[in-house]
Design a protein around this ligand. Structure first.
Ligand SMILES: *[C@@H]1O[C@H](CO)[C@@H](O)[C@H](O)[C@H]1NC(C)=O
Ligand SMILES: *[C@@H]1O[C@H](CO)[C@@H](O)[C@H](O)[C@H]1NC(C)=O
Ligand SMILES: *[C@@H]1O[C@H](CO)[C@@H](O)[C@H](O)[C@H]1NC(C)=O
Ligand SMILES: *[C@@H]1O[C@H](CO)[C@@H](O)[C@H](O)[C@H]1NC(C)=O
Length: 347
């Protein structure tokens, strides 16, 4: 039994190493050929959990008495796939979604609590070029923080204790980052594809999500969004501009997703693929709260959103105003608690 588990871990480590190789080596065609076929088959299969959830429709219960815990949510997708919509939605629901950047408040908390090592720059792990090493530098890219935590076997749920205003940091909606070093070199930190097994090992209770849209429009959007596609292609060794650039980037991304899904499966975790433009919001909610019991804030967003992912610029302004009001109240309560604590210490 223990032996089998060990072998399993070994296997997962080998797969993780393969993914890393994919990212760092400058070629990925052969493995790509194998997994692409799986991708086509895999995508059509919904897990029993989701089918069950959707069949149960909107039969959620709001549990005001016994506070329902917010799970940690980790989105493995790259930008321009709906990550911002996911971030907005989860923030409205009270998850305190972290998106691409470590917020100033969390940065300061990490430093103040002696955790600045978690903010150390990790670019050097993704390039061989030693010019790019920036040892001892701190960064505000979320990717580095997540990678440092995985390496130290720390659960992402521990960040919550560092929230200065008593709020939450329960969701990680866009983790990947890429930066130019010079006009010909960019560097990436992509723990959500390179360290999936570490993420699963450290966060076995987390809910994994993959925001997805049809690949053509995703690539189109990446290519059009400043130079995002160029930066990623630099990191993974796809020639740009090249004749097959769009195809190559798409295949690389599909492979990364299939591998991530495969690794999560080894840990008994499922990956929810989510199209925020067409999927009902309840699909996400069932994944996050499989027993149907919801925290009041989640229930309230679900009820008032017409089962769609809310958009700030549509008719969902009230949802956002509610969320801002909640933040203000939480801050007021936290301030009151602090001044009460100070008063007691003085006595
Ligand atoms: C869900 O609610 C509907 C009514 O809205 C009801 O007809 C149905 O039986 C419920 N399903 C379950 C599984 O509770
Ligand atoms: C984290 O866990 C892995 C696997 O259990 C282990 O090999 C590694 O040494 C651990 N790292 C630290 C820093 O504890
Ligand atoms: C970038 O590549 C071009 C063409 O290969 C070369 O002429 C240029 O010097 C390079 N720039 C840097 C900063 O390395
Ligand atoms: C790749 O995608 C971009 C953005 O959609 C498009 O402008 C370009 O024509 C595409 N290239 C090829 C070879 O399809």
């Amino acid at each position: 039994m223990a032996d089998g588990k060990h072998r399993g871990q070994h296997f997962v480590a080998v797969i993780a190493a393969l993914v890393l190789l994919l990212l760092c080596a400058q070629r990925c065609a052969s493995l790509g050929e194998v997994t692409r076929q799986d991708a086509a088959q895999d995508a059509a299969v919904a897990t029993p959990e989701h089918v069950g959830g959707l069949e149960r429709g909107l039969n959620f219960t709001c549990d005001g008495q016994h506070a329902v815990e917010y799970p940690v949510v980790i989105n493995l997708a790259f930008g321009k796939s709906g990550t911002s919509s996911l971030q907005r939605t989860l923030s409205l629901m009270g998850f305190g979604a972290l998106h691409w950047k470590v917020p100033d408040a969390l940065f300061r908390s990490l430093v103040a609590t002696g955790n600045s090592h978690l903010l150390l720059d990790r670019w050097e792990t993704s390039v061989e070029d030693r010019r790019m090493r920036r040892p001892g530098k701190t960064t505000q890219f979320l990717g580095h923080l997540v990678l440092n935590m995985v390496d130290l076997n720390q659960s992402l749920s521990t960040l919550e204790m560092l929230h200065p205003k008593g709020g939450r940091y329960r969701a990680f909606t866009e983790i990947s980052c890429a930066e130019w070093v010079d006009p010909n070199t960019s560097m990436c930190v992509l723990p959500q594809v390179s360290h999936v097994s570490g993420l699963a090992r450290c966060n076995p209770q987390a809910k994994f999500v993959l925001t997805k849209r049809d690949f053509d429009s995703h690539i189109d959007s990446m290519v059009r969004w400043r130079d995002m596609a160029t930066r990623f292609s630099q990191c993974v060794g796809i020639e740009h501009p090249g004749e097959d650039f769009n195809q190559s980037l798409m295949h690389w991304m599909q492979d990364a997703y299939v591998n991530a899904k495969f690794i999560l499966k080894q840990y008994g975790l499922s990956l929810l693929e989510l199209d925020v433009a067409s999927d009902p919001l309840s699909k996400l909610v069932w994944h996050l709260f499989p027993d149907g019991r919801l925290p009041p804030d989640v229930m309230s967003v679900l009820k008032r959103s017409n089962n769609r992912f809310p958009h700030e610029n549509h008719n969902d302004g009230h949802l956002f105003e509610d969320a801002r009001q909640r933040d203000r109240e939480r801050e007021k309560n936290a301030a009151a608690r602090q001044s009460e604590a100070r008063r007691r210490i003085k006595k």
